[in-house]
Design a protein around this ligand. Structure first.
Ligand code: NOJ
Length: 514
């Protein structure tokens, strides 16, 4: 059962912006293959590629027009197969991005579904029975079809919602179907075909977009959980090794649905933003942050999901501000010491390992809006377009970070004190200690309201490691009775444990075997 997740360290590739090998200003599959060794050298052994399928790109590919054909701008299906093969040769795994909640208006299913005559796709999306009736509680797409009806949308207006039914269909609204009805079951069967197609081609699983919102009017997620349990049966029967990671943000629900791992995200109840993305992030050296609410919700989730699956905390992703928008230099190193010593597989967003900046004031590209600043091209070296592409600068998909001091992978590799090297070291340490890996247990030792530091114990069968993290500039201490037997990692100075008090210098981290 996807055992490899236990020591997986992911690298998220936003394919548009990663590496362009055919000088058209946009990244491609050959570009990914060319950089697999770079990713491996950093220590990552798994990648997640954002949607790379045929699409009008109104939402950067999260508006799929054909689930089984890649977008020509990235290459061919055969090229993607080669990505899987090249990754496997290096003992790496690849997750594709599955977008089961909606399609683009250009998908052939939607074109058929818009027709006035009944056909196989009439019930593939959620339609009311009259253009004058809107689907209550949901935004809708109206007036573009011959069919008389309004179609529910999921995200942007051009992303019609696929029909997986309603948790408790309203008998007064005959267009609301139940998950067990023919239409919703056919939609799910079609989505299983999509999964089958890519898994047979060699992908190792999926990151699933908006996984928690498929069944409608389902506030507690019960219908959606049931849906995913049905998928789990299909996967257990046909692809027991496929890894499933959900964009849900409520691990107790998603793991019950059969996902192996769920993201904590910038939305939802996790308090993830308190760490790195609020006015006073916990990881800022100002020391005015508060991690207690995050820890409290984490603990609850952790207890509820114990032994059922994993919770993962990403460094960032294509939807949120870059980590470096609010944290700099040593603050970033300390943040990564946290990310790389927590349970669940870490996810590093491309470029975060070199401290790539959030590029301010960029014009929105392909539905990015304020997210565009986190999606600028990877900075490889000091050649043209930072080595991302040899196309004229004006042709780049998103402009490069114009800052002349922008970090690059090359300079980071050359500088032994760089963030890149700290991350590489942290990954090596994580991978050589069972207790620090995804399934090592965690017990929080110190995480008090408005207080520093943060301390937790990671434990496996024969090892106990105390992690002490003090992002604040001031030295801190807390009561704890232990003896440090070995320093496994330290940054910014070592802590000491004396007379039942642990004291830790300002802006420092330590992992101690106790
Ligand atoms: C979440 C994705 O990460 C985001 O980029 C996208 O716009 C929405 N889901 C809609 O699919």
């Amino acid at each position: 059962m996807s055992k490899w997740l236990d020591n997986a360290i992911f690298y998220e590739i936003y394919p548009q912006s990663f590496n362009d090998t055919n000088a058209d200003g946009i990244g491609d599959f050959h570009g990914i293959i060319e950089k697999l060794d770079y990713i491996k050298e950093l220590g990552c052994n798994a990648i997640w590629i954002n949607p790379c399928f045929l699409s009008p790109f109104g939402d950067a590919g999260y508006d799929v027009a054909d689930y089984c054909r890649v977008a020509p701008r990235y290459g061919t299906n055969e090229d993607l197969k080669q990505v899987f093969e090249e990754a496997h040769k290096r003992n790496m795994h690849v997750l594709l991005d599955l977008v089961p909640g909606h399609t683009s208006v250009e998908h052939s299913w939607f074109k058929e579904s818009m027709k006035a005559e009944k056909n196989e796709f009439t019930d593939r999306y959620i339609w009311t029975n009259s253009i004058w009736e809107s689907p209550e509680g949901m935004a809708s797409l109206r007036g573009i079809s011959d069919r008389d009806g309004s179609c529910a949308i999921n995200f942007f207006s051009h992303q019609p919602a696929l029909n997986y039914g309603f948790y408790q269909p309203d008998p007064e609204k005959p267009w609301q179907q139940s998950f067990d009805d023919k239409g919703p079951q056919a939609t799910l069967a079609a989505m299983e075909d999509v999964m089958r197609f890519w898994l047979n081609m060699g992908c190792d699983g999926f990151r699933v977009d908006m996984a928690g919102s498929l069944v409608k009017n389902d506030p507690e997620g019960k219908g959606t959980i049931r849906l995913w349990q049905q998928v789990r049966k299909f996967l257990d029967a046909e692809f027991p090794d496929a890894a499933m990671v959900s964009e849900w943000g409520e691990p107790d629900k998603s793991l019950l649905g059969g996902f192996h791992m769920d993201f904590l995200l910038h939305f939802g109840p996790s308090h993830y933003n308190d760490l790195f993305r609020c006015d006073e992030p916990f990881f800022s050296k100002r020391g005015k942050g508060d991690i207690s609410a995050f820890v409290e919700t984490y603990k609850k989730n952790y207890e509820k999901t114990a032994r059922k699956g994993l919770i993962c905390i990403p460094s960032g992703n294509h939807d949120m501000d870059r980590l470096s928008r609010r944290l700099q230099c040593d603050e970033l190193k300390i943040a990564f010491a946290f990310l790389l010593s927590m349970p669940g597989a870490p996810f590093i967003y491309y470029g975060d390992e070199i401290g790539m900046r959030y590029v301010e004031s960029l014009k929105s590209v392909e539905g990015g809006y304020n997210r565009t600043g986190s999606r600028s091209p990877m900075q490889w070296d000091d050649s043209t377009n930072a080595g991302f592409s040899t196309a004229p600068s004006n042709d780049l998909y998103i402009p490069m970070d114009p800052n002349k001091n922008r970090p690059t992978a090359k300079a980071s590799i050359e500088n032994p004190d760089s963030l890149y090297h700290e991350i590489k070291k942290l990954i090596q340490i994580r991978q050589s200690h069972e207790s620090l890996k995804s399934r090592g247990t965690i017990e929080f030792v110190y995480a008090k309201k408005d207080q520093y530091p943060l301390a937790y114990l990671r434990e496996s069968e024969n090892e106990k490691i105390l992690v002490v993290i003090n992002p604040s500039a001031q030295a801190q201490s807390f009561d704890y009775n232990c003896t440090f037997k070995e320093t496994i990692y330290s940054f910014g100075g070592e802590a000491n444990a004396e007379n039942q008090i642990v004291t830790i210098p300002g802006q420092s981290v330590g992992f101690y075997r106790i």
